[in-house]
Design a protein around this ligand. Structure first.
Ligand SMILES: *[C@@H]1O[C@H](CO)[C@@H](O)[C@H](O)[C@H]1NC(C)=O
Ligand SMILES: *[C@@H]1O[C@H](CO)[C@@H](O)[C@H](O)[C@H]1NC(C)=O
Ligand SMILES: *[C@@H]1O[C@H](CO)[C@@H](O)[C@H](O)[C@H]1NC(C)=O
Ligand SMILES: *[C@@H]1O[C@H](CO)[C@@H](O)[C@H](O)[C@H]1NC(C)=O
Ligand SMILES: *[C@@H]1O[C@H](CO)[C@@H](O)[C@H](O)[C@H]1NC(C)=O
Ligand SMILES: *[C@@H]1O[C@H](CO)[C@@H](O)[C@H](O)[C@H]1NC(C)=O
Ligand SMILES: *[C@@H]1O[C@H](CO)[C@@H](O)[C@H](O)[C@H]1NC(C)=O
Ligand SMILES: *[C@@H]1O[C@H](CO)[C@@H](O)[C@H](O)[C@H]1NC(C)=O
Ligand SMILES: *[C@@H]1O[C@H](CO)[C@@H](O)[C@H](O)[C@H]1NC(C)=O
Ligand SMILES: *[C@@H]1O[C@H](CO)[C@@H](O)[C@H](O)[C@H]1NC(C)=O
Ligand SMILES: *[C@@H]1O[C@H](CO)[C@@H](O)[C@H](O)[C@H]1NC(C)=O
Ligand SMILES: *[C@@H]1O[C@H](CO)[C@@H](O)[C@H](O)[C@H]1NC(C)=O
Length: 411
């Protein structure tokens, strides 16, 4: 009797479990929410830059799989991924699939997805002011991509404390970075705010984002000093170009300790001081260094040992003096060198013939003189762009031993 009873209990438990999950692994209110998003997907149009065939294919697979019948499990729907334990939606990737389906997307559509970790709504051209209140309960969100949407306003989400990846690039978002609440996102690994209208200072509390690897604030309207980010341990990519940052004492010295740095672009700001030789000396992994259009002065002093830098642009600054004689020995892997619009003078060093990978060289609008040295003309077979105009060169520019078979453009 007791046995029968316990078997019965088992059965009831199993039956209840089946009923709760039914045939569908997903939660009813998440299923309804997805079906509420579907009409926007139906109305979407192919982005002009997309591969039409693959977009149409993706689009059709959503329209065909997201169906409102009681047997289909929304966890199996295309572009929806659930946590297999909880059966809750955790990944919703709709990049490009809502393109121009709506002017303003109301984020409250996403409120039911409380366990969501990944939300990708990039490339959808929602144009309008963001009402981000609907994101407030998505506290598990780790990845949020809203790039390429032309949205204005701000995000203002202090709850999204688990964010590791935040991409708001290519929108028209405005206000200050404090209002955006970036300092709350202490788990951020990648922050991209490229091409927006954020203004004001870069708050010192950004230094608390200690595990950040990528910081891109380029093309905004940020002003003032660049605060010390000396607590950051793993910065690899730093792009602050096209803002109004001002420093009187040169490139910020916290960069001396960013030994993981691979790329830095501080172009088009108002940075003064001397050319930062130490930045190259101390950051041996650096591959790209871009300082164009600032107010750097003094001579182009290079480190004493070889560096594997690939790109160096310092156009439109106030560099003076001659190029280091050993420039080609110190920077033998350079592919792109732009020193145009400075006040550099003297001869082109022979060692530049060591730059076997050099593809683009711009020395225009300086005071260089003399002839192009033979080792350079015969030793840089990769050159595609060579720009020498507005200098005081003389002699035969292209002697017979010239060996630049790939040269495309010459000014
Ligand atoms: C989809 O487009 C139709 C026709 O333009 C419109 O009536 C409908 O409201 C749109 N649906 C959504 C969700 O925007
Ligand atoms: C999220 O889903 C998209 C599309 O289904 C997929 O490409 C991506 O790898 C997923 N992300 C993760 C972290 O699983
Ligand atoms: C799924 O949810 C469980 C319970 O919340 C959690 O422990 C697990 O880490 C989640 N799995 C993934 C892949 O996020
Ligand atoms: C978004 O939807 C919520 C709830 O439905 C509503 O309160 C809010 O006003 C809407 N926002 C916009 C910008 O329409
Ligand atoms: C967030 O969740 C709480 C409790 O679950 C609820 O009371 C509140 O209305 C939710 N807020 C939003 C914006 O959905
Ligand atoms: C952001 O832009 C909107 C519309 O252009 C404007 O109404 C709002 O005042 C701006 N906000 C800030 C903080 O500048
Ligand atoms: C960094 O965070 C700590 C506490 O988490 C806080 O006390 C400190 O003021 C923050 N630093 C900055 C520069 O905001
Ligand atoms: C940076 O370079 C300078 C000069 O070469 C050196 O004295 C200093 O120890 C380096 N700092 C670090 C943290 O590597
Ligand atoms: C270079 O220096 C001169 C005078 O010191 C100044 O007038 C000029 O604006 C500077 N140019 C740049 C690009 O900083
Ligand atoms: C390179 O070495 C010379 C002499 O050995 C020294 O004067 C100079 O400061 C060094 N340059 C750097 C950038 O360390
Ligand atoms: C080149 O040198 C002359 C004087 O020798 C000077 O007047 C001129 O400003 C210099 N040009 C540049 C671009 O530095
Ligand atoms: C020209 O360059 C090629 C390699 O790109 C090299 O093999 C050849 O020896 C060079 N010729 C001269 C005259 O330097």
């Amino acid at each position: 009797m007791e046995r029968l009873f316990s078997k019965l209990c088992m059965l009831i438990v199993v039956a209840l479990a089946l009923q709760m999950h039914g045939n569908k692994g997903c939660l009813e209110n998440e299923r309804i929410a997805l079906l509420a998003i579907k009409p926007f997907i139906i109305n979407a149009t192919v982005p002009y830059y997309a591969n039409v065939e693959s977009w149409v294919d993706d689009h059709n697979r959503i329209v065909e799989s997201w169906v409102d019948d009681r047997v289909s499990d929304c966890c199996d729907w295309y572009r929806v991924e659930c946590n297999t334990t909880t059966g809750r939606v955790m990944n919703l990737s709709l990049s490009g699939l809502l393109h121009e389906s709506t002017t303003i997307l109301n984020f409250s559509l996403f409120q039911p997805f409380e366990q969501l970790q990944i939300l990708d709504l990039s490339d959808n051209s929602f144009r309008g002011w963001v009402d981000s209140r609907g994101l407030a309960n998505l506290t598990n969100l780790e990845f949020l991509d809203l790039s390429f949407n032309g949205m204005s306003g701000s995000l203002q989400q202090e709850n999204l404390r688990n964010l590791k990846f935040l991409d708001l690039s290519d929108n028209g978002m405005n206000g200050s970075l404090q209002e955006l609440g970036i300092c709350n996102f202490k788990n951020l690994v990648e922050l991209n705010l490229h091409w927006n209208k954020f203004e004001g200072h870069l708050p010192p509390c950004v230094n608390n984002l200690t595990i950040l690897r990528t910081l891109d604030l380029s093309y905004n309207q940020l002003t003032g000093n660049i605060p010390s980010l000396n607590l950051m341990q793993s910065l690899e990519y730093l792009s602050l170009h096209d803002n109004n940052f001002i420093t009187l004492h040169g490139i910020p010295s916290f960069l001396m300790y960013q030994h993981s740095l691979e790329f830095i672009d501080l172009s088009h700001n108002k940075l003064g001081g001397m050319f930062p030789t130490w930045l190259l000396q101390n950051n041996t992994r650096l591959q790209g260094m871009h300082l164009t259009d600032n107010s750097l002065s003094g001579i182009l002093q290079l480190p004493n040992s070889t560096h594997d830098l690939l790109e160096l642009t310092i156009s439109n600054n106030n560099l003076t003096g001659q190029l280091p004689m050993n420039i080609g020995v110190i920077l033998p892997r350079l592919e792109h060198l732009d020193l145009s619009k400075n006040s550099l003078e003297g001869y082109i060093p022979w060692s530049m013939g060591e730059m076997k990978s050099l593809r683009m060289l711009d020395l225009s609008s300086n005071n260089f003189s003399g002839e192009l040295p033979k080792p350079f003309v015969s030793g840089c077979p990769s050159l595609e762009w060579l720009i020498l105009s507005n200098n005081k060169f003389h002699g035969e520019i292209f002697p017979q031993f010239m060996n630049m078979t790939r040269l495309d453009e010459l000014f």
